[in-house]
Design a protein around this ligand. Structure first.
Ligand SMILES: N[C@@H](CCC(=O)N[C@@H](CS)C(=O)NCC(=O)O)C(=O)O
Length: 211
């Protein structure tokens, strides 16, 4: 089994899950958007994006699907299967559409565009993303006042998914420190080795510098 990854945040998420669960997987750095690699990777993921999990000759793409599969393999309820599964799906779904989307919008303008030379940053998009971030972070902060993790029965994949852009929060200028409970939750996640250092010991070039 092989996990193709890069250091960007969705593949980072998948690598962190694999390492947190201790699944025996071969990690291989990839760059499917490179013209020379496109034909090979199109067969594994027509979106030409990472992460991709290979079992046999099949490629499974989308970090959430990969997290589900890795939890199956590990026999872990990091991906919940029982009573609290709907609650986990709720937070994954809401997170993708709200908190993660807001973080991603700001991160894309301030970080991704400048790393990959994708054109000028849009101050309108940043303002819009920060407004969306404030709304979502307030809701999250209220929830995390009552619970250490998103699910009251403990750490789950929903926490990793919700936090997936936050390792770059400083670079993106996301005002996390305005939300005490979100900051404390982020610090608890940061204490988990696989979350803080998913790439430790892996052969993977650093991301391009921010211009
Ligand atoms: N919805 C996909 C998004 C995948 C995605 O956007 N991946 C980006 C990184 S965040 C990518 O592959 N970029 C090219 C690269 O890293 O080489 C998922 O959750 O896995």
């Amino acid at each position: 089994m092989k996990l193709f990854f890069s250091r960007n945040f969705n593949p980072r998420l998948a690598v962190a899950v694999a390492r947190h669960l201790g699944v025996e997987v071969e990690f291989e750095f990839a760059a499917p958007l490179e013209p020379s690699q496109r034909d090979r990777f199109r067969l594994l993921n027509p979106n030409l994006l990472l992460p991709i999990l290979i079992e046999g000759d099949t490629g499974l793409w989308e970090a959430d699907a990969i997290a589900c599969r890795l939890s199956q393999i590990a026999g872990s309820d990091f991906w919940r299967w029982g009573q609290t599964a709907p609650d986990m799906i709720r937070w994954i779904s809401w997170g993708r559409a709200n908190f993660v989307a807001a973080c991603d919008k700001v991160h894309f303008e301030r970080v991704t565009k400048r790393r990959y030379g994708l054109g000028p940053t849009s101050e309108d998009e940043i303002a819009n993303g920060l407004e969306q971030f404030a709304t979502a972070a307030s809701l999250l902060d209220g929830h995390l006042e009552r619970s250490e993790w998103l699910l009251t029965d403990g750490l789950s994949y929903a926490d990793f998914r919700m936090a997936c852009v936050l390792p770059s929060a400083d670079l993106a200028g996301l005002p996390l420190d305005r939300y005490a409970n979100v900051s404390a939750w982020h610090a608890r996640l940061w204490a988990i080795d696989a979350w803080r250092e998913p790439f430790a010991g892996l052969d993977a070039p650093e991301l391009p510098p921010i211009s």
